[in-house]
Design a protein around this ligand. Structure first.
Ligand SMILES: [Zn+2]
Length: 466
């Protein structure tokens, strides 16, 4: 009996120790949980068989650990094609990071890519089905871990398209992706966007400079949509229909949505949790039902992002802190930091109310060669951005602009002194005019004094183009 009791005790302790060990093991592994096992055979195309077919057809083959790339391009020194498999391997490692997937768990995963100058060469080789199973695509198409892309002339854009299709191959097979178009295309754009640092792939979800992403044009496309008043809201992006064509505006907006959701401090954690779950057709409703999701806030953050986005945009400096502000009933002061985007003044006005502003001080607005540039609230004449001097104080309210389109910050006053009226009832936001990518080099700020003038009848809305 005593022995039996002791055995029971050992058994109980043993189970407890085992349970704790399992919990500790799971806990330690949690940040790097493999989300996919090696894909089932049927879910993958046989890369070795396709490679043999390409070899028999006399096509040029370059390969790395994760990619076999076949092309009919003639070998030309300096065209960068030989580097593509290595860059693909480097990108693959960052995609694994993004999805917290252990690459050692998928040792045999490989993609087969066709880089085509002439589609007929691939049809003739039996590497591009002509039986209607592959749609008539414009730039690229991916089927499981196999993809085709029409060779663009520009090396940077060639790398981008290759990696875009690579992300599709990765997510389709390793994450069983069957998600709405905005996510499928947005994440492919986001995870493919990069620059080369000493020849190596460096993920750059929001490009730093236009010359690092030649011909990509996503930011330019967003800007064009904004200026023309055709920019979609977040709900429109979520409803993007699938299309076999490479629709640049739709891709740019999808990229912007995934860039916002994965990069903005208010949304990034929730989006990461969402991406660790199934990437299926119910992804959007699952996001909208997730803990703490605020659809109005996300829509507003998206509008603010598409309004301001430019090369080098950094959410840590340009994410908006939305506040109501106290009613402006007497002289009030505020400080505007030079190294941030739109920031709340702490004060709000009613539509039609008038006020006067006086801004003082000098702020650092970067360098010109060895010279530190300083600016007053009027800005510097040396550099301009979006039609105004860099460093110029801007006062805005969040509103639908007079010309229509999505809401944005409508500038209602600017410079060292101004008399202005509120175009809506709401908070006043301040910033110094600057490309968002330059803010890291700015410092200091300006003192802003705002004094209300007796309230007058509401005027017709007006907006200034920024
Ligand atoms: Zn795509």
């Amino acid at each position: 009996m005593a022995i039996r009791q002791r055995r029971l005790l050992i058994g109980w302790w043993g189970k407890l120790v085992f349970l704790v060990a399992v919990l500790v093991w799971v806990g330690l592994r949690a940040p790097c949980v493999a989300l996919a096992d090696e894909p089932a055979r049927g879910a993958m195309v046989d890369v070795a068989r396709l490679e043999a077919t390409a070899r028999r057809a006399g096509l040029r083959i370059v390969s790395g650990e994760r990619l076999v790339l076949v092309t009919d391009r003639p070998a030309r020194a300096g065209d960068g094609v030989d580097d593509l498999p290595r860059i693909f391997d480097e990108a693959f490692a960052t995609w694994c990071d993004h999805y917290a997937l252990d690459p050692k768990g998928v040792p045999s995963w490989r993609a087969f890519g066709c880089l085509m100058s002439d589609r007929e060469a691939f049809r003739a080789a039996g590497l591009l089905p002509a039986d209607g199973t592959i749609p008539d695509f414009a730039n690229g198409f991916c089927d499981r871990n196999r993809f085709w892309l029409v060779d663009p002339a520009n090396p940077a854009y060639r790398r981008h398209l290759l990696l875009h299709e690579g992300v599709h191959a990765f997510t389709l097979t390793l994450r069983s992706l069957a998600a709405p178009t905005w996510y499928t295309e947005g994440i492919a754009e986001l995870l493919a966007t990069h620059r080369l640092e000493a020849g190596r792939f460096e993920p750059t979800p929001i490009p730093r400079r236009a010359d690092e992403v030649e011909q990509l044009g996503r930011i330019e496309a967003i800007r064009r949509l904004r200026v023309s008043g055709e920019i979609p809201g977040l709900a429109d992006v979520f409803a993007t229909p699938p299309s076999p064509r490479h629709d640049i505006p739709a891709y740019a907006a999808s990229w912007a949505a995934t860039a916002l959701l994965s990069g903005h401090p208010s949304h990034a954690k929730r989006f990461r949790a969402l991406e660790s779950g199934p990437l299926d057709a119910r992804l959007t409703p699952r996001l909208e039902a997730s803990d703490g999701w605020d659809g109005d806030l996300a829509a507003r953050d998206f509008d603010a992002f598409t309004d301001d986005v430019d090369h080098g945009y950094d959410f840590s400096r340009s994410a908006i802190e939305w506040t109501d502000g106290r009613p402006l009933t007497r002289r009030a002061t505020s400080f505007v930091a030079a190294d941030r985007g739109w920031q709340p003044s702490g004060w709000s006005m009613k539509e039609g109310e008038e006020a006067e502003l006086v801004a003082t001080g000098r702020a650092g607005v970067g360098r010109a060669g060895a010279i530190d540039l300083e600016s007053t609230a009027d800005g510097i004449s040396l550099r301009w951005y979006r039609g105004r001097p860099v460093g110029r104080l801007l006062v805005a309210q969040w509103a639908v602009p007079a010309e229509g389109g999505r809401p944005r910050f409508v500038v209602i006053a600017e410079g060292e002194t101004a008399r202005f009226s509120a175009i809506t009832t709401g908070a006043l936001y301040l910033k110094l005019n600057a490309p968002p990518g330059d803010l890291a080099g700015f410092d200091g700020g300006l003192d802003v004094e705002i004094t209300p003038v007796a309230a007058q009848a509401p005027r017709q809305r007006r907006g200034n183009e920024r």
